[in-house]
Design a protein. Structure first.
Length: 372
């Protein structure tokens, strides 16, 4: 195998590959990236056995072939080479070495045989559709903060991606919850997605997929089966197993009868919560919200550290209410708001609170209160 490639293209391909590779693995080949050169493209494939990413980039291929080499080492080399460099990659299969040359730099890297590299088995996908990158990015970006990190409740360690009934008909929906807060985001249903099985997309896959969604103009081809999900652009294909479990019936925890309505400037609210939480003890980080007519007082009382209070003007016309929340949860939810105003719907100081962006019902958040 012998090929030459632009440094920028190589760096992009191997950075995607090395982020999939698990740093601590017991199978040496899983630390490697599989390089396949043919025609006028080179493809870089990496896997951790749950996720597989393939990045195809233009290359000048003198001799077709394939080999595997350390993903992290190749990434470090590409990162440290000068901008605009032309990188020449050649393999000596007899010596088990890959030579990487650019300018006056030469690197000799150990290889492992391509036959040992595990390739994810092909799957029959029951639904295939395409969706704009911006639509998918909004669904996953706005919901991922609520993914649970508790390994025992593994079925909550991802985003539930499914078709649901929205206000005005079927929608594509992403839901995540950790039992303390919940995010439910809706988007228009793309053509061909109606028969899609509901799947739980793992946290790591959500992070890796985010790199495919940077370009708003891009159309992402999405394929879903009961066990796998695939996101593809012409250059990059990301395939992932989905979490084998049943996502709980989240609709039961979304309150329907919350009538006390508070509207507040989302940015001012987030900054005020952040300021008063400065003195709170890390363990609880509880912030008390005291609501009166058109007035909100945020306060923290941490006996060991001190106290803080800040007043905000809000739109609120119901009876007085005092309720406490974990500051981190409030900040994470407030930071999701793209519109100017956040609307909070309360029932009582002991029941879940609903939050949405203005009058937009396509993104709603639920947060459980704390005793303060």
């Amino acid at each position: 195998m012998k090929l030459s490639i632009e440094r920028a293209a190589l760096l992009r391909a191997v950075s995607q590959a090395q982020s999939v590779v698990e740093r601590r693995n017991t199978i040496p080949i899983l630390a490697n990236v599989l390089i396949e050169a043919e025609g006028n493209t080179a493809s870089f494939r990496a896997t951790d056995l749950d996720i597989e990413v393939v990045d195809k980039i233009p290359a000048t291929v003198e001799r077709a072939g394939a080999t595997t080499v350390s993903a992290v080492t190749l990434h470090e080399i590409a990162r440290k080479l000068p901008d605009g460099a032309l990188v020449s990659i050649s393999e000596d299969s007899a010596a088990g070495r890959l030579t990487v040359e650019a300018g006056r730099s030469t690197f000799q890297l150990a290889t492992l045989p391509r036959e040992d590299f595990p390739v994810m088995t092909a799957t029959e996908y029951s639904a295939n559709f395409s969706a704009p990158a911006g639509l998918l990015r909004r669904l996953f970006d706005k919901s991922k903060f609520a993914i649970s990190t508790e390994e025992t409740r593994y079925y909550l360690n991802g985003v539930y991606f499914h078709v649901a009934e929205g206000e005005n008909g079927p929608v594509l929906r992403a839901v995540a919850t950790d039992g303390h807060r919940l995010a439910r985001i809706d988007a228009p249903l793309p053509d061909g997605a109606a028969g899609m099985p509901g799947v739980i997309v793992p946290r790591k896959t959500v992070g890796e997929m985010r790199k495919l969604l940077e370009n708003d103009e891009a159309e992402i081809a999405v394929s879903v089966s009961e066990t796998k999900i695939r996101f593809a652009t012409p250059e990059i294909t990301l395939t992932s197993k989905v979490i084998d479990g049943t996502f709980p019936d989240y609709s039961r925890v979304i309150p329907a009868g919350n009538t006390r309505r508070m509207e507040v400037d989302a940015s001012d609210f987030a900054k005020a919560v952040d300021r008063v939480a400065t003195v709170s003890s890390e363990r609880s980080r509880a912030v008390k919200m005291a609501l009166d007519e058109d007035r909100l007082v945020l306060s923290v009382n941490a006996p060991d550290a001190g106290a803080a209070e800040e007043e905000l003007a809000v739109a609120y016309g119901d009876e007085k209410l005092e309720i406490g929340f974990n500051a981190k949860y409030l900040l994470e939810i407030a930071s999701q708001v793209d519109r100017e105003n956040a609307v909070f719907m309360f029932a009582s100081s002991a029941e879940p609170t609903l939050m949405r962006e203005g009058d937009d019902l396509s993104a709603i958040y639920v947060v459980m209160p704390m005793r303060v």
